[in-house]
Design a protein around this ligand. Structure first.
Ligand SMILES: *[C@@H]1O[C@H](CO)[C@@H](O)[C@H](O)[C@H]1NC(C)=O
Ligand SMILES: *[C@@H]1O[C@H](CO)[C@@H](O)[C@H](O)[C@H]1NC(C)=O
Length: 463
């Protein structure tokens, strides 16, 4: 069963959550009707999921566990929310999107004004350098390149509120008088990731006290801290990029589309392609702003569909060829290793870092998903969230288990290290040992060489 099917089943099967106290009936989700939804990937439908336009509160599976399980710690990986493009389509007017935060514009969240007001009071010493120099919320009447939009802020206020209802109100993950060392916060040095993290925290924490907030800075999008040097990982990436290039060359419709678009904007095809036009086009699409025109004509929906369809095809081939998997296993190891370290300390009864938040990018989440074996998971949408929950069985206090959720869907048993577990065990989660064994050893075994640790796997000769 793939993740899409899982998503749809969530919708079809009455989930037995009532006994856990959370009624899922009262919440609506924005997923389309499974009866009418096309089973094949439709580029426009995929693009809509990617936009993740906030609407009614979604239903999610976070925090679902039998009564005798106690929530020990939670590890949240997010992609920043909706942002302005990183590139411009040459010789066109860039989309007019307002990045100030205002109450009378959609999408809206009831905490939006309070968020702005709290952020504008400044932060004191809450950030590791160079995060101090970043603005705390988006604030330009014409968005700057890569700037978080109001949509992006609302997406994460909503994520935060959802996690608060589940983890704080229901499961009491943090005590009322929580202290700074009980939460661990890390972000890359972009304003959109810092601001996304702040918005999520603002929705999550009952009292957003600057004195208890400390964001660490992560220079690498892989969150690999002191373990970034890994030549074999880079070799996998080069081969993966070669694969991508060859697939693109084979797609004559794609080449034709780039050619047409280049003619419209009157630049060489190469220059247009280098400007990554799909990034801008997605912004037009997600914000319902018409595609750009010149006196030679307009970029249109057909162009968009061709490029988006190619992206979907590329992701399909990427899964098949497994080069990206090699890259991902090595790329995701350091952050997964850090996470299990945090989990193991929590199992020893330590009360620090019970809630960890990593505010990151698609190029962070994507390798982690791939490394975990969640190959069917969709490309990380704006404000995507990947969550690891650590649980303790009160009836057998020495036993700890994990659940893994992607955008609210329980994908625990889709991971490569827990795929078969539920067939032999009545437990609704995965033993922590499975995850630990995977990160400490099996990740490297999966690479196919003889390496059994990160250093050897990264420096394997003759790869
Ligand atoms: C998108 O914009 C068009 C006009 O430009 C408008 O008619 C339509 O209702 C808008 N759609 C949404 C979902 O806002
Ligand atoms: C994995 O984590 C342990 C501590 O939990 C650390 O000593 C080790 O260096 C880490 N390894 C890598 C490759 O990050």
């Amino acid at each position: 069963m793939d993740v899409l099917t899982a998503l749809l089943l969530v919708h079809l099967i009455p989930v037995s959550t009532a006994k856990n106290g959370v009624s899922s009936k009262s919440r609506k989700r924005i997923m389309p009707d499974p009866v009418t939804e096309p089973p094949v990937t439709d580029p426009v439908y995929e693009a809509l999921l990617y936009c993740n336009i906030p609407s009614v509160a979604e239903r999610s599976m976070e925090g679902h566990a039998p009564h005798h399980f106690k929530l020990v710690s939670v590890h949240v990986f997010i992609r920043h929310g909706d942002r302005y493009p990183l590139y411009v389509i040459p010789k066109t007017k860039r989309p007019e999107i307002d990045c100030t935060l205002v109450a009378n514009r959609k999408p809206y969240h009831p905490k939006l004004e309070a968020f702005v007001s709290h952020m504008s009071k400044g932060s004191g010493a809450s950030f590791e350098s160079p995060l101090n120099s970043l603005p705390l919320y988006p604030n330009h009447p014409l968005c700057e390149m890569g700037e978080l939009t109001q949509t992006g802020v609302v997406q994460h206020l909503q994520n935060g509120q959802l996690l608060r209802d589940i983890y704080l109100k229901k499961h009491k993950l943090l005590p009322n008088d929580w202290s700074a060392d009980q939460i661990y916060l890390e972000t890359t040095g972009k304003s959109r990731t810092l601001q996304s993290g702040l918005a999520l925290l603002y929705g999550f924490l009952p009292d957003f006290d600057w004195k208890k907030i400390y964001f660490r800075h992560q220079p690498s999008a892989l969150f690999c801290s002191g373990s970034c040097y890994c030549p074999v990982r880079n070799q996998y990436l080069e081969k993966e990029q070669r694969r991508q290039y060859l697939l693109r060359l084979k797609n004559s419709q794609l080449e034709k589309t780039y050619g047409e678009m280049a003619k419209i904007v009157d630049v060489p095809t190469k220059q247009l392609r280098a400007a990554n036009p799909i990034d801008s086009m997605l912004c037009h699409f997600c914000h319902n702003v018409s595609f750009p025109c010149t006196r030679n004509g307009c970029v249109d929906m057909e162009h968009f569909k061709v490029i988006k369809t190619h992206q979907i095809e590329d992701e399909r081939e990427r899964r098949e060829k497994k080069l990206y998997l090699g890259y991902s296993l090595l790329g995701a190891h350091p952050i997964l290793n850090q996470t299990i370290g945090r989990m193991q300390r929590a199992t020893e009864g330590r009360k620090e870092e019970l809630f960890a938040l990593y505010s990151a990018h698609d190029v962070t989440l994507s390798p982690v998903l791939s490394a975990l074996g969640l190959s069917e998971a969709r490309f990380p949408r704006f404000a995507a969230r990947l969550i690891f929950e650590l649980w303790q069985d009160r009836e057998k206090p020495s036993e700890h288990s994990v659940r893994i959720l992607y955008n609210g869907v329980d994908v625990t048993f889709h991971t490569s290290f827990c795929q078969d577990h539920h067939k032999h065990s009545p437990k609704p989660m995965c033993p922590l040992e499975n995850l630990v064994r995977f990160v400490k050893r099996d990740m490297f075994v999966a690479l196919g060489g003889s390496s059994t640790n990160y250093y050897d796997a990264c420096h394997r000769e003759g790869f």
